[in-house]
Design a protein around this ligand. Structure first.
Ligand code: DGL
Length: 279
């Protein structure tokens, strides 16, 4: 059991690294009045190829850390963590830590909206190996829209392309095209594709270039943001415990200077970064 403050605190946004900044960006544009605390576990990223147990343990440590820093609500702004750790944290850990706090993920909001974005009822998911193998999108979408067929393809090179600032390079074309071609070959009837990894919106110009015309490309940031807005409206008590000052603070388990530099790929502003240790 840990002792946690009941005072209002920032909304926590967790990611394995930088990708969650695309989620934070969408949330802050819609809900600028709140304070945010972003945590990137850059020292242990990427999570995509890691096992279920390891992703659960790392994510558990991160959520607990954000709770100890005063967050009453934490968004797992990482598909891999949402796929492999969210359910376990909600069921196994939250009741013992503080049953009034909440942890939400990014898969459910995307699964909710997909029914209204496909006419053919055939959709594709591009994501990390971990997210695809977990079948989380398939399971969530089938619960909400049983008539929708879901086809997934893992894109293991897409995260490194973004992290190494190669998203706009000619070399990226090969890897982006390859995964899109694989997806369309698996199911040519697809008319909507979820970018099921937080890094992928950075590759959007290339994804648009190689995606056949007429296919709806779905980046999650805006949907996660509107789902959070709706959630806060429905949970007034929790909303009251989210502090409102419009301030965002950044934490990383790696070097703060490196984080600041890389974060510029995702954000367009100077940021204040602190190094922290999880464990
Ligand atoms: N942020 C992760 C996701 O959305 C991708 C990066 C990683 O593999 O850690 O799945």
């Amino acid at each position: 059991m840990i002792t946690l403050s009941k005072n209002p605190g920032p909304i926590g946004v967790f990611d394995s690294g930088y990708g969650g900044l695309t989620i934070l960006d969408g949330i802050r544009r819609l809900l600028p009045e709140y304070d945010y605390l972003y945590l990137g576990d850059n020292a242990r990223a990427p999570y995509g190829p890691r096992s279920f147990d390891v992703v659960y343990e790392f994510t558990r440590q991160a959520v607990r850390f954000l709770f100890e820093r005063g967050c009453q609500l934490v968004i797992l702004g990482c598909n891999t963590a949402s796929a492999k750790a969210l359910r376990s944290i909600q069921q196994n850990d939250l009741p013992g830590w503080d049953s009034e706090r909440r942890v939400l993920g990014v898969i459910r909001p995307t699964a909710e909206i997909i029914g209204s974005l496909t006419k053919s009822r055939h959709i594709g998911v591009l994501a990390t190996e971990g997210t695809i193998k977990s079948e989380s999108y398939n399971l969530e979408i089938k619960k909400l829209h049983p008539d929708v067929s879901v086809t997934g393809v893992a894109c293991p090179f897409w995260v490194p392309l973004v992290e190494y600032n190669e998203a706009d390079s000619p070399g990226a074309d090969y890897f982006v095209k390859k995964c899109i071609d694989q997806l369309i070959e698996k199911d040519p009837a697809i008319d909507a594709v979820i970018l099921g990894c937080t890094h992928y919106p950075i590759l959007l110009p290339k994804i648009r270039k190689f995606m056949p015309t007429g296919i709806n490309i779905i980046a999650q940031g805006d949907y996660v943001a509107s789902s959070l807005k709706d959630y806060l409206q429905r949970h007034g008590d929790l909303e009251q415990r989210c502090s409102k000052g419009g301030v965002t603070h950044y934490l990383t388990t790696e070097n703060p200077d490196t984080f600041r530099e890389h974060a510029q790929i995702f954000l367009n502003e100077p940021i204040d970064v602190e190094n922290v240790t999880l464990g």
